[in-house]
Design a protein around this ligand. Structure first.
Ligand SMILES: [Ca+2]
Length: 256
């Protein structure tokens, strides 16, 4: 006996795959996939949008409970990085190297950034070693979150600094958040903490996080055409009472 399933003719026998297997809609997130089968290994999987369109995403199925969807990779070590604070990719629907679905150190923005709803964000920062931080933030997509206003994230200063061992920022302000913005000549960061030498958050000259930017024309950096790393930390130059180097890192942005 034969039956048509998903356009394919299937012969029913004990060895044949069940006709339903090919018709099961792919999940909308790595978390949904993980929940359906926690034994899956990390790698590229087919997800679908709310409208049913299929696309590929990288799923981390083992770290910190598994079920993490990789939405962006930010190369703070590259002068050509497109993911600094003012990069259009943070707030538009375009993707970047979305066909390269893996964890290689190549900057990318996946369709999952625009599509996957979540209640947690995980930042992984890689320099000499790899460190991670998980934030409790809910949104219908990373795109929706980044298109929105500033969202404060109340975490201790040392939690942010732990992302990048050896990172130095100024002593005050210590304001963590999403779209953590101030205009030039001060600094800004898409997801991270800003800091200041004054006892307020009005003139921050340092940050740690991803989507870094600002600082052009800042006297603390010599009034020049300063370019902040898109992932890493900026110490505040001569406006840090305990100055130190800036750090450029490679970063992963996951959601779950
Ligand atoms: Ca300042």
């Amino acid at each position: 006996m034969t039956s048509a399933a998903c356009g394919k003719v299937t012969t029913a026998s004990p060895d044949a795959p069940t006709p339903d297997a090919g018709m099961k809609p792919s999940p909308q997130s790595c978390k949904a996939l993980f929940d359906s089968n926690p034994a899956l290994s990390s790698g590229a999987y087919a997800l679908r949008t709310a409208d049913g369109a299929a696309y590929q995403a990288y799923c981390d199925m083992t770290t910190d409970g598994g079920g993490w969807t990789l939405v962006m990779k930010i190369d703070g070590t590259a002068a050509s990085s497109q993911l600094g604070y003012d990069g259009a990719l943070w707030t538009n629907t375009a993707t970047l190297r979305a066909d390269k679905v893996d964890t290689s150190h190549v900057e990318a923005k996946y369709r999952a950034f625009n599509e996957v709803a979540f209640s947690q964000v995980r930042i992984v920062m890689v320099e000499a070693q790899s460190s991670a931080m998980t934030l409790a933030i809910s949104a219908s997509s990373a795109l929706h979150l980044m298109r929105g206003p500033f969202v404060q994230i109340a975490r201790p200063r040392q939690d942010w600094l732990a992302l990048l061992p050896g990172a130095i920022v100024q002593p005050n302000c210590n304001q963590g958040g999403i779209n953590n913005s101030s205009a030039n000549p001060y600094v800004r960061v898409r997801i991270g903490m800003i800091a200041n030498q004054e006892a307020n958050c009005e003139t921050p000259d340092s940050f740690i996080g991803i989507g870094g930017g600002g600082g052009a024309g800042n006297a603390c950096f010599g009034n020049g055409a300063f370019v902040a790393p898109s992932a890493g930390s900026v110490s505040g130059g001569t406006c840090n009472p305990t100055p130190g180097p800036n750090h450029a890192a490679f970063a992963y942005l996951y959601v779950r």
